[in-house]
Design a protein around this ligand. Structure first.
Ligand SMILES: [Zn+2]
Length: 106
């Protein structure tokens, strides 16, 4: 997924920001300046809105979609240990150093 995302960004010189992420989440891809939206881009937009905390201030439907994506492990949460957005619900942190840290803590 990372490679695809990078490819999209390089191709369109696309940089996610609050406005674009909100437009993508709303499904208004033209306003976001996106020619061909992908599932990866939509997830990236939601990840951005979760990272910034904005998603919880938007309409309830956005928060519910974000919650669904978090439940599915498609959006990562802030890890309580390393404080990076690498934490997958019910799976834990995707950072190997962090995982070792957690194991050592227990
Ligand atoms: Zn971590």
């Amino acid at each position: 997924m990372g490679i695809i995302k990078k490819h999209i960004q390089e191709q369109n010189n696309f940089k996610m920001d609050t406005f674009k992420a909100t437009m993508i989440a709303e499904g208004d891809f033209t306003m976001a300046g996106v020619d061909c939206p992908t599932e990866e881009l939509i997830i990236e937009a939601y990840q951005f809105l979760v990272n910034t905390g904005i998603v919880w201030e938007l309409q309830g439907s956005f928060g519910r979609t974000a919650s669904d994506l978090i439940e599915q492990g498609l959006i990562m949460l802030k890890c309580p240990t390393c404080e990076e957005y690498r934490y997958i619900k019910n799976k834990g942190c995707t950072d190997t150093i962090c995982v070792e840290h957690n194991i050592n803590e227990k």
